[in-house]
Write a protein that binds this ligand. Structure first.
Ligand code: UDP
Ligand code: MG
Length: 139
């Protein structure tokens, strides 16, 4: 099991002024920030990042949403990082997300749902390498 996961604070989180509150919650939940950047995804980058969903009906809207403004991308470290972080962010649909989870607190809808978290160790590694070069990652 790996101790690394990858996250994106999505454009709605930045737009709604929730960047600080969400990062505070992540750090207070025991995750260490190993890499972080404030950036904006191109159409090409967002399409590639979410290519697994390319056949889904919501794909075009998803790419539009993810490129609608700046994001915060980060690599996080904690024991059992992937599973613990998925617990912390809550269900994809905020209406189903448990009380106190990030999506319960900050997400408005199943599409604009505040935050991304890797779903497996394998994808965490792929996603970290997709967004960061080795010289941007610190111990
Ligand atoms: N999404 C959507 N409609 C859906 C399901 C997902 O717009 O019915 C968006 C939403 O932003 C979600 C992202 O697509 O976070 C990726 O979907 P996934 O099923 O991987 O959910 P996640 O892993 O983010 O919980
Ligand atoms: Mg997913």
């Amino acid at each position: 099991m790996s101790n690394i996961t990858f996250t994106i604070l999505k454009p709605d989180s930045i737009r709604n002024g929730n960047t600080g509150a969400i990062l505070d919650k992540i750090v207070k939940s025991g995750f260490k920030i190993k890499a972080m950047k404030f950036t904006k995804m191109t159409d090409e980058k967002a399409s590639s990042f979410y290519s697994i969903h390319s056949e889904r009906p919501f794909f075009k809207d998803l790419v539009g949403y993810m490129t609608s403004g700046p994001i915060v991308a980060a690599i996080l470290e904690k024991e059992n990082a992937v599973n613990d972080f998925r617990e912390l962010i809550g269900s994809t649909n905020p209406e189903e997300a448990k009380e106190g989870t990030i999506r319960n607190m900050f997400a408005k809808s199943i599409s604009e749902n505040a935050i991304h978290g890797s779903d497996s160790d394998e994808n965490a590694k792929i996603e970290c390498e997709f967004h960061f070069s080795p010289d941007e990652i610190f111990n």
